[in-house]
Design a protein around this ligand. Structure first.
Ligand SMILES: CC(C)(COP(=O)(O)OP(=O)(O)OC[C@H]1O[C@@H](n2cnc3c(N)ncnc32)[C@H](O)[C@@H]1OP(=O)(O)O)[C@@H](O)C(=O)NCCC(=O)NCCS
Length: 163
């Protein structure tokens, strides 16, 4: 598996993965009816760096990172990850997470923060904890889960210097 910068040529496959991920209504705030244009803006918007994980010609997942805040908060990165449902559980998310930490470190960020990890997304939370993140805050009933109704969301954080 290779992880490389995403290009416009990847967007069709990224759009398919995005649609499959948001269709379940249990991990991201995006409505299942989010437009292709909004999806494109999310992955290729200004000051956003996107990567894809590729096996042969197949895109297995993607991630993006950017500054979490402007100006005086711009030393903290924010990132988002989506793996194709067909490729869950085979290490794509972990590889992209490790890659993202390296890229953010190289770009000069001092920390990474996930602003909105749905508290019932146990797979993601387990993965982020394995990658060194901790839950630093809880947003009560901030997410309207498609099946469970209002559930909490977590803010997760780690510094990027391992020393
Ligand atoms: C969350 C997501 C990115 C994880 O990617 P993935 O490729 O499925 O996960 P991986 O195969 O890389 O697994 C990574 C680790 O997490 C663990 N893990 C995965 N799912 C788990 C679960 N449900 N419970 C416990 N641990 C789990 C694995 O055991 C693995 O650990 P190991 O390498 O030490 O064995 C992916 O499932 C996804 O895109 N989900 C939908 C969108 C989403 O939730 N994005 C994140 C929003 S915060």
């Amino acid at each position: 598996m290779e992880i490389r910068r995403a290009s416009e040529a990847d967007f069709e496959a990224m759009w398919s993965i995005f649609q499959a991920v948001v269709a379940t209504g249990d991990t991201y705030v995006f409505s299942p009816t989010t437009s292709r244009q909004d999806c494109h803006a999310y992955w290729f918007g200004p000051e956003t760096t996107s990567f894809v994980a590729v096996e042969g010609l197949t895109i297995l997942g993607m991630y993006k990172f950017r500054a979490n805040q402007r100006d005086l908060g711009s030393h903290v990165a924010n990132a988002s990850f989506m793996v194709s449902p067909a490729a869950h559980g085979i290490g794509v998310g972990k590889a992209m997470g490790q890659h993202c930490l390296m890229e953010a470190r190289t770009a000069g960020y001092v920390a990474m923060q996930f602003n909105f990890v749905v508290s019932t997304n146990t797979g993601a939370i387990a993965l982020w904890k394995k990658l060194g993140f901790s839950i630093v805050g809880t947003l009560p009933k901030a997410f309207k889960h498609q099946r469970l109704g209002y559930v909490d969301a977590y803010v997760m954080h780690r510094f990027l210097n391992d020393g």
